[in-house]
Design a protein around this ligand. Sequence first.
Ligand code: GDP
Ligand code: FE
Ligand code: FE
Length: 187
Amino acid sequence: MNHDERERIVNYVCAQMSQKRFQHVLRVEEEAQRLAIHYQIDVEACRYAALLHDVAKEWTHDQYEAIVLDKQLDARLLDYGSEILHGPVGSVVAREMFGVSDTVAFAIYYHTIGHAEMDDVAKVLFIADYIESGRDFKGVDLAREIAYDNLDKAVAYKLQQTIQFLANKGVVIYPETVVAYNEWINR
Ligand code: GDP
Ligand code: FE
Ligand code: FE
C-alpha cells in the first residue's frame, strides 16, 4: 500500500474513534505486520485488515442495525449484543469505502467472533488484535509465546479463553464462535 493510500485509510479510521482506540488500531497493524512476516503471509492484506478492523467499533447500535438490514447480513447477528456487530459492519465499510479484497473483508468480518475456516490473513488479524503490545490481561504473555510458535494453536487458545470469559460473565455466545472453537481446538 502506498503512502497516500494508507493516509486516506488512517485519516478516515482516526475520525471514527477515540485517540485511545486509534492507538490500539496502529498497534494491531504493527503486530499483524510482524506476524505476517514471521509466517510469510501477505503483509499488505494483513495491514489493510488491521487498519480497518475496528472502523465501526464506536458506531451506534442503530447504525449497526441499519447496515445489517440494508446489506442483508445474517440477522442472527442482532441477537448477541452490540459488541459482535462492529466486525460485520466494519467489513461492509472497508469494502465500500476502500475496496478491500474478499480476503481482507472476511478477516474483518470475523475478527471478533472467529470462524471455523479462517485463512491465514484472518488468523493473523484474530491474533494480532488479541496480543498487540497494549493488551494486558492474565495469560497474554503465554498467548504471545504461542502466537509466534504456532498460529493455529494461538487461534485455539484465544477461542478457548474467549468462550470461558463469556460463559463466566453469563452472556450469550454467538453460535459461530462455538463452531470455531470445536474446529480449532483439535487441530
Ligand atoms: P476490540 O474490538 O479490539 O475490543 O476486540 P474484539 O473485536 O475482539 O471485541 C471483543 C469484545 O467482544 C469483548 O468485549 C468480548 O466480550 C465480546 N465478544 C466476543 N465474542 C462474543 C460473543 O460471542 N458474544 C458476546 N456477547 N460478546 C462477544
Ligand atoms: Fe474489534
Ligand atoms: Fe481491535
